[in-house]
Design a protein around this ligand. Structure first.
Ligand code: PRT
Ligand code: ZN
Length: 300
């Protein structure tokens, strides 16, 4: 029996904006890896999971072709691949299963500052430079606009200056690149973040159980990121008011305080950050001995 068949392969971006976040997240899920000499694979030491380090654009294809079982990639790349396949009349063989809350950006149309824009109709009979022809074509079709996508593989923002396009359609995060090139965002096509995709090929029970375990751990890692454990003492009469003040908490643990009939200890996990203002409000409600601790791991 070939044991490599029993290992999960996850496609991860080799070098780029998603690389560190992706590897860091998997390490937080308990995976320890060693890089191969050619730096193309990270072998899992303590779990039967290997990471294939590739260009982000290749990730949906590798998962679709069942070379990898899972992939971590931007939704923008996933949706572009899906639409390209759809526009060719075929179907991507992968499904999106989990959002990872990093790599946030949006795909937007931007106009040079001197070009008037008055809604999607202003795009009629124009040329729009983009690397996202699939997503742009879909947007134009849905808005019943006749415009020409002009494919640029990079540096899309200089296309209007070169006289190659009237508008551009590209990813934006801070907006700094658009500003630096005298462009203004006029329409948003897609909100994106990194997601996990899974092959549609059947995994078998053992592999599927491992995938489920990884997803559960990823969920735990994401949940604890902003979670805090809060401990405080308070008058028993203030319990209802204090529960109201605890941000994003479920049922707290309430314990009697030794030697005191009317004061209690309250412990709670808060699913949001606990700010100084909250502590000050809790203190004003009668709380004392307030402690806020980070949460290391959580399994719901
Ligand atoms: O080599 P490879 O093909 O793997 O890498 P790549 O160059 O295609 O991708 P990379 O590393 O730049 O981005 C990987 C993923 O990060 C993208 O597919 C998105 O899902 C996500 N992401 C998040 C971004 C941005 N933010 C982003 N700002 N990808 C690109 N940009 C670029 C954008 O194209 C523009 O040139 O950054 C510029 C705009 O940024 P602001 O901050 O000036 O608005
Ligand atoms: Zn890429």
């Amino acid at each position: 029996m070939d044991h490599s068949e029993q290992r999960i392969k996850i496609a991860v971006q080799k070098t780029g904006r998603l690389t560190n976040h992706s590897v860091d997240l998997l390490e937080r899920c308990g995976l320890k890896v060693t890089k191969s000499k050619d730096q193309l694979i990270c072998y899992g030491e303590n779990m039967p999971i290997d990471l294939l380090l590739v260009r982000d654009d290749d990730i949906p294809g590798l998962v679709s072709d069942d070379v990898c079982d899972l992939g971590i990639v931007g939704l923008n790349v996933v949706e572009e691949k899906r639409l390209q396949e759809e526009q060719k009349g075929s179907k991507g063989m992968f499904k999106q299963i989990f959002e990872l809350d990093f790599g946030h950006c949006r795909l937007s149309i931007a106009a040079p500052e001197n070009v008037p824009y008055d809604g999607p109709r202003s795009l009629e009979n124009t040329r729009i430079a983009t690397s996202y022809v699939g997503l742009l074509t879909d947007y134009l079709k849905k808005n019943d606009i006749n415009a020409e996508p002009v494919f640029f593989s990079g540096a899309v923002e200089i296309a209007p200056k070169l006289g190659r396009a009237d508008f551009i359609c590209d990813l934006v995060s801070s907006g700094g690149t658009l500003r630096a090139n005298g462009l203004t965002e006029v329409a948003e096509l897609l909100q994106s973040e990194a997601v996990v995709i899974q092959t549609l090929a059947p995994l078998g029970d053992a592999k599927q159980a491992l995938v489920d375990k990884i997803i559960q751990r990823l969920d735990g890692v994401l949940k604890v990121r902003d979670s805090k454990y809060i401990m405080l003492h308070a008058p028993r009469a203030a319990l209802a008011q204090i529960r109201e003040l605890l941000p994003g908490s479920e049922a707290p643990t309430v314990m009697p305080l030794e030697g005191s009939d009317d004061r209690i200890a309250i412990h709670a996990v808060c699913r949001e950050n606990v700010f100084w203002e909250t502590l000050e409000n809790l203190k004003a409600a009668g709380a004392s001995s307030l402690l806020v601790l980070p949460v290391e791991k959580m399994l719901a």
